[in-house]
Design a protein around this ligand. Structure first.
Ligand code: NI
Length: 251
């Protein structure tokens, strides 16, 4: 059994969500954690777990949403985190300097406010960090939080820093890309701090690139990790599922 610790589901991306969920279950996926990280996606997805018991949620405001979020929205987030069944964390939150550097200050402020909320509510965080490793590490160190570095693609040294801070690394389709150095990093760090994720509908693993991603491809990612760690698929399934259960309280 596998857990997809990070994906996105919306009607806009999938015409038939019932069918996608059925396919995921048939592929050995036990639980999927859907990241609702904008006001719109939260509104659409907050009731997914009622209909699909395998779905768990993380709620938060993505750095790209920064200009549309005010303090009232943060209060709404807090209330939803406290009252929604199957909520297991805050995310994805963080810093994205890739496209737009002009909102850095605002992003940092929003990130800190959500980390404070995680601290207050004792919830794990799912971190989005793009071209912002240095600031991300510096800010995370100011809070007593734990969780997952989503879509980790950094160096071995960066992996070790996150590991020493109590974070797990979310590994997805990128590990199957030919130009990725992630395999070498995973060879060295092993399975102890790895969780599986698809980030679907984005980042479809090789050889399915071009198709829409879905949690059903988790075994493809796991197979690549098994190769890197010189072990078998079953072991990767067991250890990464254990890791995911340590991060998120699925009860
Ligand atoms: Ni994502």
């Amino acid at each position: 059994m596998f857990i997809d610790t990070h994906c996105h589901i919306s009607q806009e991306d999938y015409d038939n969500i019932d069918f996608v969920i059925k396919e995921n279950i048939e592929s050995g996926i036990d639980k999927i954690v859907v990241s609702l990280c904008s006001k719109e996606s939260i509104e659409e997805g907050i009731e997914f777990p009622m209909k699909y018991p395998m779905i768990y949620l993380t709620l938060g405001y993505h750095p790209e949403e920064v200009l549309s979020i005010n303090d009232q929205d943060l209060e709404t987030l807090k209330q939803l985190l406290l009252s929604t069944p199957h909520v297991v964390g805050i995310g994805e939150i963080g810093l994205d300097y890739h496209y737009d550097k002009s909102t850095r200050e605002e992003q940092i402020l929003l990130f800190k406010k959500q980390l404070a909320l995680a601290e207050e509510l004792h919830l794990p965080v799912v971190i989005h960090s793009r071209d912002a490793t240095k600031d991300t590490i510096e800010i995370l160190k100011q809070f007593s939080v734990r969780g997952i570095i989503h879509c980790f693609s950094g160096s071995y040294e960066t992996a070790k820093i996150y590991q020493s801070m109590g974070f797990y690394l979310g590994i997805g389709g990128v590990v199957t890309f030919q130009n990725s150095n992630l395999v070498q990093v995973i060879e060295k760090i092993g399975l102890d701090f790895i969780v599986l994720e698809t980030d679907s509908p984005y980042l479809t693993p090789h050889p399915f690139r071009g198709k829409k991603n879905s949690s059903k491809y988790i075994p493809v990612i796991a197979e690549k990790i098994a190769e890197a760690c010189n072990t078998d698929l079953q072991t990767v399934a067991e250890i990464t599922t254990d890791n995911a259960v340590k991060v998120f309280d699925f009860t």
